[in-house]
Design a binder for this molecule. Structure first.
Ligand code: FES
Length: 269
């Protein structure tokens, strides 16, 4: 493991001021000032919570923090997170207003390793988040391919410079899966490194396509994470060399290390 893929988190949870919370189609983009935090690596993540109404709502949910890849990190320490309100934790985070406190622990895990040459960056849905900060870093060296369910979800593509976008229903771009764009790009030029984040079926298709063509791919996986720092073993996934904890040994894994990206434990818990 290269140290260049991991920035070590300061000990403990810190409270950061929310500076903006903007609607972005089906998502929200939350900005918070982490002025004293270290610079994260694309692909790393944070455990997020709010400073009140967390652990004390109906049924005391949400209780555990939620794991989020950061979408953007500004030089002034502003971190941005893309979220979709789909449950008690994400709903509470989506309600945060400027001036309120966002609790965070991180950056955690291992991020992406930089490419040797040209890169294809593939994002599906909310998985566009770690692709955005990698695209920021790579500039002209990265071609961004994005797939979304609907036009409302595809508004996240507005965060990118000149991405190629498809949607399931054809409301933006042609009706296609983003892996079809990847196949076309690999057919035209397989001498690339591939980076991907998205739902497990998408990652499995990326893994299989890149495996057939012997193209190196790095996949940012998701799993249910309770602690985020290796203590609970709630995030284990199988690899060719045994089980790993995604929060410390990932979330970015080499596609070649996986028999499948559809293994039990991957995806949202
Ligand atoms: Fe607890 Fe990974 S989330 S060990």
């Amino acid at each position: 493991m290269s140290d260049a893929r991991r920035t070590t988190a300061p000990f403990g949870r810190r409270l950061c001021e929310v500076t903006a919370s903007e609607p972005l189609g089906a998502y929200r983009l939350i900005s918070a000032l982490d002025a004293d935090g270290p610079s994260p690596r694309p692909g790393q993540f944070y455990m997020l919570s709010s400073d009140h109404r967390w652990g004390g709502g109906a049924g005391e949910r949400p209780y555990l923090p939620r794991a989020f890849s950061y979408a953007r990190a500004r030089t002034d320490g502003t971190l941005q997170f893309l979220l979709e309100a789909i449950g008690p934790g994400t709903e509470r985070l989506a309600e945060l207003k400027p001036g309120e406190g966002l609790g965070l622990v991180g950056p955690l895990g291992i991020g992406f390793e930089a490419p040797r040459g040209r890169a294809l960056l593939v994002g599906g849905g909310i998985g566009a988040a770690p692709i955005l900060c990698l695209a920021d870093e790579l500039g002209d060296r990265g071609t961004v391919l994005l797939g979304f369910r609907t036009a409302a979800h595809a508004e996240a593509a507005l965060l990118f410079d000149d991405p190629e976008v498809v949607t399931d229903d054809g409301s933006v771009g042609r009706p296609a899966l983003v892996t079809e764009l990847l196949r076309e790009q690999l057919d035209a030029d397989p001498s690339v490194d591939v980076y991907a984040c998205g739902p497990p079926p998408m990652l499995e298709a990326v893994r299989a396509l890149c495996g057939e063509r012997e193209v190196r791919a790095q996949l940012a996986l998701e799993s249910g994470m309770a602690c985020g720092y290796g203590a609970c073993f709630g995030c284990v996934v199988p690899t060719r060399s045994g089980y790993v904890r995604l929060c410390v040994d990932g979330p970015v894994l080499e596609a070649g290390e996986l028999e499948t990206a559809l293994a039990p434990g991957t995806g949202h818990a």
